[in-house]
Ligand binder design. Sequence first.
Ligand code: HAM
Length: 437
Amino acid sequence: MAGFQSLPGFREFYPEDFSRRQHIFRIWRQAATSYGFQEYDAPVLEPLELYTTKSGDEIETQLFSFTDKGGRDVSLRPEMTPTVCRLVGAKAGALKRPIKWFSIAEFYRYERAQKGRLRAFNQFNADIFGEAGPEAEIELIALLIQCLAGFGLTKDDFYVRLSDRDLWFFFLEALGFNDVQSRGILGAIDRYEKMGDDAFKGYVEAHGALDDEKKARVLAFLQIKSLADLEAALAPFASEKLNTRLGDWRKVLGGLGAMGLSDFVSVDLAVVRGLAYYTGFVFEAFDRKGDLRALAGGGRYNDLVKKLGYADLPAVGFAIGDVTTGLLLEQRGLAPTFVNAPDIYAVLGGEKERFAAFADIRALRAAGWRVEYPLKDVAFGKQFKTAAESGAKLALIYGGYELAKGVVKIRDLTDRSEREIPRDRVAEAVRDALGGH
Ligand code: HAM
């Protein structure tokens, strides 16, 4: 073996990969701040218990956990949700409402590595605490859409599937399932798209035979793809609780419609989410072609803050992953080529010209421009080639001829136009050509 290799499912970010990741983070951060979310961060290593007090989620079998030197059972974080509940829960009384928070961080799950699924990945998490009404869902789903639309992705590239575990629990209860059985059925529905009928095997093993007629009704409910169909399916129950809930549905869909986002959202009862803490609306974002695993997932989790020992605080949120987002951007040709491109490439005649250019280069950099120049003397032709390949927009040419005349040549690398400018007007000429600063 030559040297050492990184562990399976862990990525190394060479500068080009890193700049693509930075681009993704930048768009997410921009979206979150424009929606008024505040950024936070938290530990990578957490008490194991934080993840095992829930109820047998798949995520618990995927923990990178160990005993530390102090004998504590600890785990690398597989997700942010329990942690952010602790942060908010611990200071719930002091925090201004609504609590709208976001983070960008790395997570660890011992998964079988496959396309779009790694053992270390980044997520953007956004959550709203202290708002029980569907207004919070509108805000978050709109933010999720912006987190993808910000890259130039459109309604033809991705969509958000909206579902509701409240409605599922109500419906399953009406069919005669108790709470534990209902959770088993929801687990099967979560796997149904991937596994088909086999998805129910686990349920049958745990809870006994599943009546054919009931199963058919479950499968029919799962096919529902519009609010009208949902209303029709629930009308026979004539329940006050259901009517209120359908009112919430109209609010969420109406609000997103008013934001001009209807084309991005589909009613889709097949989504139930794998994590057991969700209590109401749940949603997932997918690419339209269906080539990739989920881009994002989230929903309401009104009981988790309390379950972790804090105040009774309603919450809703989502996380979007950088792995699937990156794959989708690449597929659509939207991954940036020149994220770290300089603004300006300085082409230098020789040693004397290099020193003459240094004052300008330092001043331009101090003014915030990204400026590159060759560290060693190389031929002009080669420098122009490097300048073009760097993605710079401008070249500043410091040749012996120019300096003797007291000028610098400024070349627009996009249209190759050139002009001479006096030495003392370089900053001004750059500003004119590039705008800003
Ligand atoms: P999740 O569905 O487990 O939800 O993950 C959200 C997103 O993270 C997925 O849609 C996917 O893009 C990405 N992701 C998850 N696991 C992996 C993996 N092994 N490799 C690559 N990407 C992955 C949650 O984590 C919830 N805590 C989200 C949430 C926030 N709910 C409320 N607030």
